[in-house]
Write a protein that binds this ligand. Structure first.
Ligand SMILES: NC(=O)c1ccc[n+]([C@@H]2O[C@H](COP(=O)([O-])OP(=O)(O)OC[C@H]3O[C@@H](n4cnc5c(N)ncnc54)[C@H](O)[C@@H]3O)[C@@H](O)[C@H]2O)c1
Length: 268
């Protein structure tokens, strides 16, 4: 028996890194998973991997920076699997620059891809999470099961991080959004929580080369590693496991919290 049997989950940014590990882990635990990513190739690979392992998955390349795309993503999920029980808002990027050099374009990219994707996807789920739960409560006095929304903040929002004004503003807003939605949606047995990863080895944290938008300089990577009590970098699966806990029935009485998953990072 899986911990997510009969559940339907949407995971954004699921083509790579933490999102992919989460999609695979959820499918292994019995969930049907919508694998959403703007990069079609890695997302299609994740879908194939889930299917090869005997799971159910649907590819979505909707860019939820736009509300209409978030609505289309959720509709595709419901058309295919009949419902949505779990939303994992994981899509995110870094576009680092010192604050005085940032300008609107880089600021907006950080805010839109980290905050608006999460806002839009959660909003688009409301008819299928809040309304369905409301109907169950009216008709039967209880919901069939708790529904779950997990957001992704970052330890950088808890500590601050030079060069990441846009990113930390978005990730900090996500912590506040998590608390407010937990209060609004709690009466409908919808749990809303966030994870705040520390340093996890993915494309986001790979050694930066040349003009690539992705990665961080070696010096900063080494500094981050030295601050981790557990003595190693995080793995995508470390975060996926916490998403799984929050999404499972084991966490039905956990709501409104942001869980740092950092290996005991100093300051986090
Ligand atoms: N890796 C870390 O150390 C770390 C630390 C703290 C927080 N996080 C957060 O974890 C989340 C996952 O990051 P990761 O490290 O796995 O990065 P990653 O770059 O490996 O994966 C992120 C995925 O999101 C996708 N994506 C980007 N914009 C998207 C959009 N608009 N819609 C759908 N998908 C989109 C990318 O194509 C990519 O496949 C992000 O929100 C990130 O900010 C990561």
């Amino acid at each position: 028996m899986g911990r997510l049997d009969d559940r339907v989950a949407i995971v954004t940014g699921a083509g790579r890194g933490i999102g992919r590990a989460t999609a695979l882990r959820f499918a292994e635990q019995g969930a049907a998973v919508v694998v959403n990513d703007v990069d079609a190739d890695p997302a299609a690979e994740a879908v194939e991997e889930i299917k090869k392992n005997g799971g159910q998955a649907l590819l979505s390349t909707h860019n939820t920076v736009e509300m209409a795309n978030a609505e289309a993503m959720v509709k595709a999920c419901v058309d295919e699997f009949g419902k949505v029980d779990i939303l994992i808002n994981n899509a995110g990027i870094t576009r680092d620059k010192t604050f005085h050099n940032m300008g609107d374009d880089i600021w907006d990219a950080g805010i839109k891809i980290n905050l608006y994707t999460a806002y839009h996807a959660a909003y688009a789920c409301m008819p299928y999470m809040r309304e369905v739960a409301k109907k169950e409560l009216a008709e039967k006095g209880e919901v069939s099961h708790h529904r779950k929304i997990n957001f992704t903040s970052s330890v950088a929002a808890l500590t601050g991080n030079p060069g990441q004004a846009n990113y930390t503003a978005a990730k900090g807003a996500i912590i506040a959004l998590t608390k407010t939605l937990a209060r609004e949606l709690g009466p409908f047995r919808i749990n809303v929580n966030a994870v705040a990863p520390g340093f996890v080895e993915t494309r986001l944290t790979q050694p930066k080369t040349g003009e690539s938008d992705f990665g961080i300089p070696d010096q900063l990577r080494n500094m981050a590693l030295m601050m981790i009590a557990i003595g190693r970098a995080g793995r995508p699966e470390d975060i996926a496991n916490v998403h799984l806990f929050l999404a499972s029935d084991d966490a039905d009485f956990v709501s409104g919290v942001t869980i740092p998953v950092t290996g005991g990072q100093l300051g986090g």
